[in-house]
Ligand binder design. Structure first.
Ligand SMILES: Cc1cc2nc3c(=O)[nH]c(=O)nc-3n(C[C@H](O)[C@H](O)[C@H](O)COP(=O)(O)O)c2cc1C
Length: 223
């Protein structure tokens, strides 16, 4: 089986979030998808080990923010590589509340939906949540971020809990468009795979990964 065939699928990049009154969960998903238009229904697939999964289950509703190409790696790193069980992912970000009272940040988002969970399906590692859209807003005219843009332009990696993770064959290992003019140096984070491009030959001592937050000692020089 050529696992790279799965990279031929197209996706967007989203943040699904919910609060159940006590806990708040929020994480990046690439599995946002419109299912029907009468009624408007969307779906997301969330790993059972992600904090957000149990919060959405308890809450029975979620907000789905569509990330735009303006979203930074720091934002994707915070929502996609850290757990809302450990940190407040909205700390320091402009935060708003959906019409179903779920938090979302308009930073780096071009649209947001409010969804009531109307169906779930246990698909093994993930729960598939079907949400009926009760409210929707366009936030900016910025282009929505595609999964391909995330991999090839932002050079982001897919963590194991993502639905589209393929062991040993990450799409981000494909050559990035327009990269490598021979004068720049690249350092790869050994934790999340983020590649930092710089003219420096060594990373500063206080350097931390914008994706997952680890220090300089977790980076290896690629070239
Ligand atoms: C580009 C990208 C796509 C992702 N897609 C999914 C996904 O579809 N489903 C999922 O459960 N996790 C996905 N993840 C992983 C979660 O965002 C990640 O495990 C997060 O740290 C979970 O946070 P939480 O514990 O606060 O819920 C993705 C991460 C990235 C960076």
């Amino acid at each position: 089986m050529d696992k790279k065939a799965l990279f031929k699928f197209s996706y967007g990049v989203y943040v699904v979030s919910a609060t159940d009154g006590e806990r708040t969960g929020a994480c990046v998903v690439n599995t946002g998808l419109q299912l029907t238009s009468d009624p408007y229904q969307v779906m997301v697939a969330i790993n059972k080990e992600n904090n957000t999964c149990s919060v959405v289950q308890n809450a029975g509703h979620f907000a789905l923010a569509v990330l735009s190409e303006k979203a930074t790696m720091e934002l994707v790193g915070r929502f996609g590589f850290k757990s809302s069980a450990d940190i407040d992912k909205y700390e320091g970000l402009k935060t708003e509340t959906s019409s179903l009272f779920d938090p979302y940040t308009p930073e780096g988002a071009c649209a947001v939906l409010s969804c009531v969970v109307v169906n779930t399906l246990d698909v093994g590692t993930h729960i598939l949540f079907v949400g009926e859209v009760t409210d929707a807003k366009v936030l900016t005219a910025d282009k929505p971020m595609t999964y391909e843009y995330y991999h090839t332009v932002l050079r982001g990696k897919t963590p194991p809990k993502a639905s589209a993770y393929v062991e040993g064959a990450d799409a981000s290992e494909q050559p990035a468009a327009g990269s490598g003019d021979g004068k720049l140096h690249h350092f790869r984070c050994m934790v999340c795979g983020y590649v930092y491009e710089t003219e420096l030959t060594e990373l500063p001592d206080d350097f931390t990964c914008p994706m997952c937050g680890v220090g300089k000692d977790k980076f290896e020089q690629v070239d």
